[in-house]
Design a protein around this ligand. Structure first.
Ligand code: SAM
Length: 299
């Protein structure tokens, strides 16, 4: 084995001792199948124009960006931006920025405890087989979409993303052959709130998208409309987690769950991952990040 992840951790450590140590510890804890999949993901990146230095750079760039936003959040008590038009041009429509960002997030899926837990929660919860279509909003790096396609349990697969770079990343991943051979999926470049997706669909998935929209209540109502009765609905999001393109901070876990309820969505399963070393209550009181994932169904 090449140990690409070990090389990535070592290179990150050269620039940032704390991140390097954190990653090395996280890798040491990673179950072997996930470590192998991470190696495979890194091999895929290298075959598609990346290098270990460019991946380290993408990851560190994302971490630096988050630290800058954390500072802003601590000083001002709110995220820097609250409107889509404030972030659209320098995030979603900037291929340079977005390309590094989706790689950074994909790496964090394997290495950050909150993202690992959400990925496992999603993989355990997604029904193996369901008649009907799978709709994913904001596939980004494409790893969740890939998981759904690999299972092959749906009749049709549709992804909608507002960023051309994210769609290209998803398409490159699926067409690479590294994780299997997939065909017949559709990817649409659009803001979910301004398209009419086919409906009803058997599964509606949106991982880490809700905090990127101005009016999450409209998003949730539309999600509900898309879902078939008894359909699988998956949402993950976060509170107090400043990132440049997070434009909506929920009023805590309760605030988010009240939005589900007013959109006509019941909670089937819930995963709450508070900031490391804190309980959910402590994180909420200290306005520290809490990651959240839900399996929902139509009320
Ligand atoms: C943080 S990434 C999430 C990637 C992946 N789903 C995950 O859970 O890690 C957010 C993605 O949502 C997309 N996005 C944000 N707002 C959107 C909207 N209104 N409609 C469609 N896609 C959107 C972004 O372009 C980006 O690819």
């Amino acid at each position: 084995m090449d140990d690409l992840s070990g090389r990535l951790a070592a290179l990150i450590r050269e620039s940032d001792l704390i991140q390097g140590k954190f990653i090395a510890e996280s890798l040491a804890r990673l179950p072997q199948p996930e470590r192998e999949e991470f190696e495979r993901y890194l091999r895929f990146c290298l075959a598609n124009g990346e290098s270990i230095p460019s991946l380290a750079d993408a990851y560190l760039g994302m971490v630096d960006g988050i630290m800058g936003e954390q500072l802003y959040f601590a000083r001002n008590g709110r995220y820097r931006y609250s409107r889509l038009d404030e972030v659209e041009s320098h995030v979603y429509a900037d291929p340079e920025y977005m390309g590094r960002y989706v790689r950074g997030i994909a790496i964090s899926l394997y290495l950050w405890p909150q993202h690992q837990e959400i990925k496992r929660f999603f993989q355990d919860a997604l029904p193996a087989k369901m008649a009907g279509a799978y709709l994913e909003v904001g596939p980004g790096h494409g790893m969740f979409f890939l998981h759904a396609l690999r299972g092959g349990g749906f009749n049709r697969y549709l992804g909608i993303d507002i960023s051309p770079t994210s769609l290209a990343a998803t398409r490159t991943l699926l067409d690479s052959g590294v994780f299997g051979n997939f065909s017949g999926y559709e990817l649409i470049l659009a803001d979910f709130l301004s398209v009419e997706p086919p409906q009803p669909v058997a599964a509606c998935v949106a991982g880490e998208v809700l905090e990127h929209v101005e009016r999450p209540e409209l998003f949730l109502r539309k999600f509900r409309r898309c879902a078939a009765p008894g359909g699988f609905i998956f949402i993950s999001t976060c509170v107090n987690a400043p990132v440049i393109d997070h434009i909506h901070n929920f009023n805590g876990v309760e605030g988010l769950e009240a939005l589900f309820s007013s959109a006509g969505l019941d909670i089937d399963k819930r995963l709450l991952v508070p900031h490391a070393g804190r309980s959910v209550e402590q994180a909420a009181a200290m306005r520290l990040p809490i990651s959240m994932a839900y399996v929902l169904r139509k009320a």
